[in-house]
Structures are given as C-alpha cells and as structure tokens.
Design a binder for this molecule. Structure first.
Ligand code: PAF
Length: 286
C-alpha cells in the first residue's frame, strides 16, 4: 500500500475515524516537511508505537517572525512522501494555509494558545517573539484534527518539547507526548531542515556548534561550574564565521534559567552563520 496523502481536514478526520472503528491506535509526527533522518527517526518511533502513523507536513506561517525564512523555507512534498513511507508512515496530512487558517488576514484574527511568559522569555522564545504561540496553536489544531494516541517530537527543539508537554498537561489534551533523541551527522552537526541552506564551507563551520557544547560538557565533568568561564569556552570553540545568539543554562525539569550549575541541566545554543539560524543543546549532569 503506498502512502496516502490527505489535504483536507474533513477527509483526515474520516480516514482516522474508519481506523478507530477498526480498533486501531494512531500516532502523529508533526513536521514542516523537508524530512531528514531526524524526522525519519521520529516516524520510526511513531510506527513502533501505534497501528497507524500520520505525518503532518505544514509550513506554519504563524510561527515565523517578520523577516524570517517563511517564504523560502524548503517545501519538498514529493521527497517527503518517499522519506515518510520508507520510515513507516501510513498517511501524510499536508493541508494548505487556507485549510488550516481559513480567511485569516492577520495573526490577531486567530484564537491563540500562548505558553507562560516566563518560559518563553528565554532561549528561542526570547529571540523569536511569538514563535511558540504559533507552534502551540498549530500543534493544538493538529491534535484536535488527528486526535492521536501518541505524538513524537525531537529533543533538538528542546524548548518546544518542554512547552508542548506542559501545554498538553495544562489543557488536559489526551495525547501521550513521546520525546525522541536528537539525531546528529557523524561530524556532530545536529540534523535540521535548515542545514540545506548551508554551503560546504558553512557546514564545516557549523560543526563547531556541537563541538562547543561538547567542550562545555567536558569542562563541567572536570569540575568547572562557572557560567562565565563556560561561555568563554563556547566562544573560543566556535568558528569565526559564527555569530552566537545565545548560550543558556536551564534547569531540565523546570526550564527556568539558572545562575548556579546544579542538578540536571540543559545547555542550549542558538547561532547564526550568515542568515542561517541553527540550534543545538546538550544535557549536563552537574
Ligand atoms: O518542529 C517543527 O517542525 C514545528 O515547530 C512543528 C512542531 C511541526 C509545528 O509547526
């Protein structure tokens, strides 16, 4: 059976309803397409968990800030069908913008799901103001449309994962969020659809992002706990082509920013090579 591509909300609801009537469980992997091995690992996990795996492919306009890459974000549905099917997906849900946001003229026309300010006034939420409102709104809509038993998200977008888990708990959404490991190239570079924008030289420079996180981890393991020293170490390890946007340390369980390294911690970075913005993170046990 080849993968089914559905563009309409009514149709995906009917397809899922038929499977539900047969007693089948459903998993969802929300994506913006341009699928790579990282997405494929999520799809494989989703396929293991449930009878039917749905992959949504939707470049969500309301999670891009003004001046970001919404228009040029890679749209590769034909290749995505092949990648999703090879990883075990049964259905691609690829709605149009008008299907998801009918007659939307502007963002303020919509009902929005907004995460708590203090959890978005850090890391990506701070530099991409409103981004997580857009993410939580579209993810809520996808959950309402597909009504999956499981939804798989990658740890590369660690703040997104934390906020989605909180949203699901706070709003009593009946879905189990499954966190999946961050996938890296052999070089250490975290897989991202935005890696497509990198030239060969940029890609070599980008590897220094994960190298700087590894250097921080080794330094912590050898007893260095001073955040300023770790920041200097990070900068020293970053390629000269790279502009650091943030390096932040947050408590793994609360996602609050910390000044003193203690307990399980997420060390997260965002950096730019020219116009390309990349993120990565590492877990520290200090
Ligand atoms: O992680 C992503 O690709 C997006 O933020 C998501 C979760 C698919 C929502 O558009």
């Amino acid at each position: 059976m080849s993968i089914l591509v559905v563009n309409k909300i009514d149709e995906i609801r009917n397809v899922i309803k038929n499977y539900r009537n047969q007693g089948k469980s459903v998993s969802l992997v929300p994506t913006m397409g341009c699928l790579h091995e990282g997405h494929k690992s999520l799809i494989k996990k989703a396929h293991e968990l449930a009878d039917i795996t749905v992959v949504s492919v939707f470049v969500n306009p309301i999670q891009f800030c003004p001046g970001e890459d919404y228009d040029k974000y890679p749209r590769t549905l034909d290749a995505d069908k092949i990648a999703a099917e090879s990883a075990g997906a049964d259905i691609i849900f690829a709605p149009s913008v008008n299907e998801m946001y009918p007659n939307m003229q502007k963002f303020s026309d919509l009902t929005i799901v907004t995460p708590p300010f203090e959890l978005t006034d850090i890391m990506c939420g701070k530099s991409r103001v409103g981004h997580f409102d857009g993410v939580e709104t579209v993810v809520t809509k996808l959950f309402n449309i597909v009504q999956p038993d499981y939804a798989c998200f990658g740890k590369k977008d660690i703040q997104q994962l934390f906020l989605i888990k909180k949203m699901v708990a706070d709003l009593n959404i009946p879905v189990q969020i499954v966190d999946c490991p961050l996938v890296r190239e052999d070089s250490g570079l975290a897989l991202s659809s935005r890696n497509k924008y990198l030239s060969e030289a940029d890609r070599i420079a980008a590897v220094s992002i994960s190298k700087s996180l590894s250097a921080i981890k080794s330094a912590c393991e050898s007893g260095i706990k001073d955040i300023k020293k770790l920041l200097d170490l990070c900068i020293a390890n970053l390629d000269k082509k790279i502009d650091l946007e943030y390096l932040e340390f947050v408590d793994k369980n609360t996602f609050k920013k910390i000044d003193v390294l203690n307990g399980p911690i997420i060390c997260a970075i965002a950096a730019r090579i020219g116009a390309v913005r990349l993120i990565d993170n590492i877990e520290l046990e200090v």
